[in-house]
Unconditional design. Structure first.
Length: 441
């Protein structure tokens, strides 16, 4: 006998419950937005999450994982061999909040390494956290009808911890976050400047490979009045910055790469030629195979350019993140669920991006899907690219101080989490790494 009527009954209940949680999810999101915390400092955020999960009577709530990571374990009331991990990142950014809402952040972290920094959820992790908290409520409400286990994974330090600290997805793995039960699928999403309620996916690398780069250019400190008695590292650093623009042309004409220097720090003052200049940035490659060549060329550029100015350069690559890869098999398995939740016309294939997300450590290891959820005033043009709608707030990319997200779209994220989880546990959404045969009814 087909089990589809049972599935449809549960899915309808998921939708009803999601609608009931919508106002609470918005309230959580606004609270989190008003009270952001930087990577490896998410103490209050983790406490809010853990308190909510405990209130649901989950089987386990594990805290303090790789810093402030939280994992809730919900074991279903029906037998089932699968475990789905739903993931949200919880950290904020050292970016001012200029999004113009009445719950904007005024937080400043004076103690963070390199700070003080203004802090805001300019990447939308407040949305991710609130949506997964809502999904936990929804799935806990149907626990007796779940044929398997759900892990609610709240990950700290996705944006990268301070360079002297450990943190993030890999640290959660190494801390045993998935030691038992082991996921048979990982699912997550990232809010993005796409039309509200649209889901974007990509077969292959959804997000790029990335690494933090630090270039320390060293000269010889001297008074500004006698530059000939020292070695000025500043011109060498400037020449390295100029030369970086040529690296893109030397690696691949077909797979994008970029080297971005986002922060420059020197040692000295206005009347002193300092000893060092440090360049901080990222290397991003659409495909992992280009990363070694980009690093080789960047190191050569930095060392030889510095030598031309009688200075030296030391290059370090830190906090590597592999690309997020959605396999064709997992995408094919997930599309029916995504289309059922948001409508077939709102599920669209996206282009490549050089953004990165260390959820790759989870998805690439256990299998699963990572997609994009549109939350802005946009429509798609004839080429499938998002463009602003008349009278809206326009398109604002993540990490911009003006980044915004539509509260009314959050319930869509709750439904996506809940339906993907149920469909995987029920055996109607499975991929090649599942290792279990899908049910046919």
């Amino acid at each position: 006998m087909s089990s589809e009527p049972l599935h449809e009954e549960v899915r309808a209940e998921l939708d009803r419950s999601a609608e009931k949680t919508a106002s609470q999810v918005v309230a959580w999101r606004r609270h989190l937005h008003r009270n952001p915390e930087l990577s490896n400092r998410e103490e209050r955020t983790a406490a809010l999450v853990a308190g909510h999960l405990r209130s649901l009577g989950l089987d386990e709530v594990r805290t303090g994982i790789a810093g402030h990571g939280v994992v809730g374990v919900l074991r279903g009331g029906r037998p089932g061999p699968r475990t789905v991990a739903l993931r949200a990142d919880i950290d904020a950014l050292p970016v001012p909040d200029l999004c113009g809402v009445d719950f904007a952040s005024g937080t400043v972290d004076a103690d963070y390494p390199g700070g003080p920094f203004p802090v805001s959820h300019a990447c939308g992790h407040d949305c991710h956290t609130a949506m997964l908290m809502g999904a936990a409520s929804v799935l806990a409400g149907v626990r007796e009808r779940l044929p398997g286990t759900v892990l609610f994974v709240f990950q700290p330090a996705e944006e990268g911890p301070p360079v002297t600290e450990r943190g993030g997805a890999l640290a959660m793995l190494e801390a045993g976050a998935f030691a038992g039960p082991v996921p048979t699928m990982v699912f997550g999403m990232h809010v993005t400047p796409y039309p509200k309620g649209y889901v974007g996916y990509r077969v292959g690398n959804q997000y790029a490979a990335s690494t933090l780069v630090r270039i320390v250019v060293t000269g010889k400190q001297v008074h500004g009045s006698t530059p000939w008695q020292g070695i000025d590292p500043m011109p060498a650093a400037g020449a390295i910055l100029t030369g970086i623009g040529q690296i893109y042309r030397q690696v691949s004409a077909f797979d994008p790469v970029t080297v971005t220097i986002g922060h420059v720090e020197d040692v000295g003052r206005f009347n002193i030629i300092g000893q060092t200049v440090t360049l901080w940035g990222t290397v991003r490659c659409a495909v992992q195979s280009d990363m070694a060549e980009v690093q080789r060329r960047l190191t050569t550029l930095a060392e030889h350019t510095a030598a031309a100015y009688n200075a030296t350069a030391a290059v370090d690559y830190l906090q590597p993140v592999p690309p997020v890869r959605n396999t064709a098999e997992w995408v094919a398995a997930g599309l029916p669920t995504l289309r059922r939740v948001v409508g077939a016309d709102r599920v669209v294939e996206t282009g490549a991006t050089l953004g990165y997300d260390d959820v790759s450590e989870f998805v690439n290891r256990f299998g699963g899907l990572y997609v994009m959820l549109g939350v802005q005033d946009a429509t798609l043009d004839g080429g499938g690219r998002p463009v602003p709608v008349d009278g809206g707030r326009g398109l604002v990319t993540n990490h911009n101080p003006h980044f915004y997200a539509d509260d009314d779209t959050l319930v869509t994220g709750v439904r996506l989490h809940a339906h993907v989880a149920y469909d995987h546990l029920a055996g109607t959404l499975t991929g090649p790494q599942d290792g279990l045969r899908a049910e046919t009814g």
